[in-house]
Structures are given as structure tokens and as C-alpha cells.
Design a protein. Structure first.
Length: 318
């Protein structure tokens, strides 16, 4: 079977310090003999959103016996590079395209379609023994930039030493980008930072190191995260009183993420280079359907294409 893309090799150098080839063309037509429910497809998926996407792929393959969709785990940055390089027809990324990537698409007239499939939150987790339960975004920024060095500075019951240790995904992950841009506000991150290769590793390190704080997508908060505590986060945008003296804090619950109260919210996208009605179109349609969006909801994310009832959080909203 052949993938019908008109290809002209064009070198494109990105500021991240690597180069790749993008292919111009009107978009990729499905392989011969392929349909929305049959054929083969590889979906490159950001590691932070693997749990719901893996379940959706497994269910799609179960329903449609002639479909063979496989999942490759990567980072949002690397998935987007593969898409623009025509090494991937469909990807799932935990961020939108940045200005540099949009410039590449415009410059070489690439066909790229996108759909928002979910919102999720980046959870801040600490060791279960940590006395701290809430942090403002300002305090969180001081932690990740190294200005706050110990938990004792935040709570009289906090550990005075060793210094706070930050566990987070690597620089190509969207979680890292959120912390760098929305929390550190572009400043250099602390030297006491461990770039983890998986979300499970972030949770494991935090569960075993009382001085640690970790950042993971809320879709990973399940049975493997029972030994960590999820912090409530707040900003000066919301207060518990009318005179603005006390910040209101929110857990990364679906209702708070949906309403924008939880401060570390991001959008999950599917990007596609495919035109026509091949297996890629069938998969995207299923993700956006009620069945696919229910799976997304069941993993703690907020559906965007279907109206799904969200659980009312236990805390009062402003």
C-alpha cells in the first residue's frame, strides 16, 4: 500500500537546535483499500495524555476488527516534529502549535488540520507526609526557580532540609513548557530539578522523597498516585472574601478545570496531515464522539466536543 502524498524535500531548521525535513503537499490521502474503520495507523501521543488515548485506541481496535491502530509514546514537541516532517499522519499533543511551528506550516504550505479533544490540568504533587496543602501560583513560581528552598519557609511543620527537589518531564514536554511559561514566567528553573522520562517516574520519585514536588497531568492521578498528595493551587484572580485578603485555592478537579478556576489548565489537540476518509479520519471521529469523550472524562480530563455531565466538586466555587 502506498501513502499518497506529493513530496518535495525541504530542510527546516528549528530554534530548538535540530533540523528535519518537511514535505510540501496538499495533504495525505488514505492508503489504498483503507477506510474509516479499516487499515493501519500509528498515532504518536504525548506521554502525559497516554492513559485515555491508549484506552480509546484499544476500544476502537476492539470494535473494528479490520483496524490496526498502534500508539507510540513521545513528547508533544517530538510528535509535532514528526507530523511536519510527514513521518506521522495523526498525533495527539498537549499544547497548540507555537509560532515557530505555525511559520513552518505557512512557509511551506503544509496541510495540517486540528481539533480540540480535551482540557486537562497539571497537578502539583508532594509526599504524603508534607504538611503543605495549598500553594499560590506565586509561591509555586518561587519554588521552581529556587527562591524558596525548603518546606519550612512555607510551613512551621515543614522539613528544613534537604532543599526542595522538583520532579518534572523533560524540556520537550508540554508539562515542562507550562511550568516554564506560566509558573516560572520565563525565568531559569532551579538547579534542584530532575527531568523525568515518564509521569510514573515523577509520581514514584515524589512518593519516595519527602522534600520533593512533582508535576504531572491529572490523567495520571490514579491508583499509582496513592502515596502522594495533590496540592490545591490559587491565584490572586479569586479570593474567599470581598476585600481580596485571602486567595481561594482549587484542586485539579474537572469542574474547576472546565470553569478556568484551576490555574494550570491546558488544551489537548489532535493534529492530522490526512485528507479524505481514511482510518485517521475514523479515529478522530471516534475520539470526538460521545464514546470517546466519555473515556476522556473517565480519566479525569474535561471533554470538549460533547456535553458530558461533570462531577460537582466538594469545595465551594467563587
Amino acid at each position: 500500500m502506498r501513502n499518497h502524498c506529493r513530496k518535495i524535500a525541504l530542510p527546516i531548521a528549528l530554534a530548538a537546535g535540530f533540523a528535519f525535513l518537511a514535505w510540501t503537499g496538499l495533504g495525505c490521502r488514505p492508503n489504498e483499500g483503507e477506510s474509516p474503520t479499516s487499515g493501519s495507523l500509528v498515532v504518536y501521543t504525548a506521554e502525559s495524555v497516554v492513559p485515555p488515548i491508549k484506552e480509546i485506541i484499544d476500544e476502537f481496535n476492539r470494535l473494528y476488527k479490520n483496524a490496526h491502530i498502534s500508539l507510540v509514546v513521545t513528547t508533544s514537541r517530538e510528535a509535532i516534529v514528526k507530523l511536519l516532517n510527514n513521518e506521522a499522519r495523526v498525533i495527539v499533543a498537549a499544547r497548540s502549535l507555537n509560532g515557530e511551528e505555525q511559520d513552518v506550516i505557512r512557509r511551506y504550505e503544509l496541510y495540517v488540520d486540528s481539533i480540540r479533544i480535551a482540557y486537562d490540568g497539571i497537578a502539583a504533587v508532594v509526599h504524603s507526609s508534607n504538611p503543605v496543602n495549598q500553594l499560590s501560583l506565586n509561591q509555586l513560581g518561587q519554588i521552581v526557580t529556587g527562591r524558596l528552598r525548603s518546606w519550612r519557609e512555607l510551613s512551621p511543620k515543614g522539613r528544613p532540609s534537604p532543599g526542595i527537589f522538583v520532579a518534572i518531564g523533560g524540556p520537550n514536554t508540554s508539562t515542562y513548557e507550562v511550568i516554564k511559561t506560566q509558573v516560572a514566567l520565563g525565568e531559569l528553573l532551579t538547579t534542584r530539578l530532575y527531568p523525568c522520562s515518564t509521569s510514573s517516574q515523577v509520581i514514584e520519585l515524589t512518593a519516595h522523597r519527602p522534600e520533593a514536588i512533582g508535576f504531572v497531568a491529572n490523567g495520571w492521578l490514579g491508583k499509582d498516585s496513592t502515596n502522594v498528595k495533590v496540592l490545591e493551587l490559587g491565584t490572586e484572580q479569586y479570593f474567599t472574601d470581598s476585600v481580596g485578603r485571602q486567595v481561594k485555592y482549587f484542586a485539579p478537579e474537572q469542574a474547576h478545570i472546565y470553569r478556568g478556576f484551576y490555574p494550570l489548565r491546558r488544551t489537548i489537540y489532535i493534529f492530522s496531515r490526512e485528507k479524505g476518509f481514511g482510518l485517521g479520519a475514523g479515529f478522530i471521529t471516534y475520539v470526538a464522539s460521545a464514546a470517546g469523550q466519555t473515556i476522556i472524562k473517565n480519566h479525569g480530563l474535561v471533554p470538549t466536543t460533547q456535553k458530558v455531565r461533570l462531577t460537582r466538586p466538594s469545595t465551594e466555587t467563587p
